[in-house]
Design a binder for this molecule. Structure first.
Ligand code: SAM
Ligand code: DTB
Ligand code: SF4
Length: 365
């Protein structure tokens, strides 16, 4: 039987051990659309096949997010509750004290997170902020956690400072396709984002970059966003796929829902195109039932944000996540030196039950 164009495409990804030189970096939008158009079962099978070549299919990495500076942002990102341009009901907060950040990081570690991601509502960090954020990186690192920050655009020098302080990952999303970009953000360009990613990579940090779907974009935009991400060389180590959280007061608060299967397709296509990256089932899980999240894991998602709050939006309660992992037989990736992974999930479960009535995650608001 002759191979279809999608078979040829996915076989070129599947039938190799995808060393960096063999990873495909010349995706066209049309090729990505071919993947999106596959029958759902075929797409899921191909995604799961790629996933199993590079990862333990029953393991998920867990990160905890903390807003270290909330609201009053000068940018106009139409999805964001933290833009000063929209009337949303979040409480603005100045940059958190380093000790408070470390307290929250310690709690995240006790709950089993392996990475602590600190986010600030900035266009870019100012010179006066840098000493504090560098201390945060050093302190979190000393706790034995992986560190991640998302602070907006970075200059070459700022990226080098963060790298020298020990920052492992920098999160900076492309957010949407270049074609849809101006409908969503006008205060910085798509090229600005690529420049920041370049500065992060050149400084030696790992790149965390993804986007948001469900903002009213078309399938072609989702394909184009994934092509942009996969064509980065090297591909980002971490790819967050956010489902828009419709925040009251923002211009996108009333946009139509994205069909659930179209969201799962995004995860599956991202997995096929970026076989060695962690694909994060990121914002929007609170609006997904267990079955939908399980389908995302089957499609190749292998990372989540863990803890009842994202930056300003809610996230599933920790004990709900643990219960889902237990039902699915999913273990969490660990950086703790412990060979018995099942045991680690049990430890997480116990920690969650012990602490579920305490306010374990520092509330930045
Ligand atoms: N201010 C910095 C910046 O934008 O570069 C860092 C923080 S910003 C909140 C990080 C990312 O969170 C955004 O790029 C966007 O992809 C995601 N995000 C923000 N609000 C969201 C929402 N309502 N739903 C889904 N994702 C969202
Ligand atoms: C990412 O891609 N998603 C996270 C993280 N990177 C910083 C942020 C999600 C924000 C969801 C909306 C909110 O909490 O305000
Ligand atoms: Fe500001 Fe970041 Fe929100 Fe855009 S996404 S408004 S830059 S906090």
């Amino acid at each position: 039987m002759a191979l279809s164009s999608s078979d040829t495409l996915t076989n070129s990804v599947i039938n190799n051990d995808s060393t960096e030189s063999e990873i495909k970096h010349d995706w066209t939008i049309e090729q990505v659309k071919t993947l999106f158009d596959l029958p759902f079962n075929d797409l899921m099978f191909k995604a799961q096949t790629v996933h199993r070549q590079h990862f333990n299919a029953n393991e998920v990495q867990v990160s905890t997010l903390l807003s270290i500076k909330t609201g009053a942002c000068p940018e106009d990102c139409k999805y964001c509750s933290q833009s000063a341009r929209y009337k949303t009901d979040i409480e603005k907060e100045r940059l958190m004290e380093v000790d408070k950040v470390l307290e929250a990081a310690k709690k995240a570690k006790d709950m089993g997170s392996t990475r602590f991601c600190m986010g600030a509502a900035w266009r870019n960090p100012k010179a006066r902020d840098m000493p504090y954020v560098l201390d945060m990186v050093k302190g979190v690192k000393e706790l034995g956690l992986e560190t991640c920050m998302t602070l907006g655009m970075l200059s070459e020098e700022q990226a080098q400072q963060l790298n020298a302080a020990g920052l492992d990952y920098y999160n900076h999303n492309l957010d949407t396709s270049p074609e849809n970009y101006n409908n969503i953000i006008t205060t910085r360009t798509f090229q600005d984002r690529l420049d920041t990613l370049d500065n992060v990579r050149t400084a030696g940090m790992k790149v965390c970059s993804g986007g948001i779907v469900g903002m009213g974009e078309g399938k072609s935009d989702r394909a184009s966003l994934l092509a942009q991400l996969a064509n980065l060389t090297p591909q980002p180590e971490s790819v967050p796929i956010n489902m828009l959280v419709k925040m009251e007061g923002t211009p996108l608060s009333e946009v139509d829902d994205l069909d659930s299967f179209d969201f799962v397709r995004c995860i599956a296509v991202a997995r096929i195109m970026m076989p060695k990256s962690h694909v994060r089932l990121s914002a929007g899980r609170s609006a997904m039932n267990e079955q939908m999240q399980a389908m995302c894991f089957l499609a190749g998602a292998n990372s989540i944000f863990y803890g009842c709050k994202l930056l300003t939006a809610e996230n599933p309660e920790t004990n709900q996540d643990i219960a889902l992992f237990e039902k699915l037989g999913i273990n969490t990736e660990t950086i703790i030196d412990n060979n018995d992974e099942q045991q680690v999930t049990k430890q997480l479960y116990t920690a969650a039950v012990d602490q579920q009535h305490q306010d374990i995650f520092y509330n930045a608001q």
